[in-house]
Design a protein around this ligand. Sequence first.
Ligand code: TYD
Length: 138
Amino acid sequence: MKLSEQVKILEFFDLGDERGNLVVVEGSGYDIPFDIKRVFYIYGSDNSVVRGQHANRKTEFVMINVSGRSKVKVDNGWEQKVIELNKPRMGLYMSTMVWKDMFDFSEDSVLLVLASEHYDAEEYIRNHDDFMREIAKA
Ligand code: TYD
């Protein structure tokens, strides 16, 4: 499958007014294409850290830098791309079987992650050679 079908940049509406900004992200096909079962966020990682380094057999994700910025390298085994997340209105959708590395976190980075599944260590692929083998079989 093409990386452009597996990874998509989303832009959320800002319902803000003179009181400030308000961004709403609704699941189940409204703003993002899945039901949100899990939310986690990453902060306090500096620009020497690389996080992620895994792919998921079952989980789809949307990442949003609600504060600061970070970069995400996405890889489907054949194509790679680096995307900078730097706006609270910007989301990065990733389908299953996308290898992701998050890096270059700004000091004020808060990376919010919405996930389509509950945590299950078994559905994570943490070895890139294993990932390549599974991709080749598919
Ligand atoms: P890890 O997958 O390394 O995080 P990241 O994707 O940010 O690099 O997760 C670190 C630890 O936290 C690891 O032991 C698994 C655990 N964890 C959970 O228990 N639930 C979760 O939802 C996540 C994302 C991680």
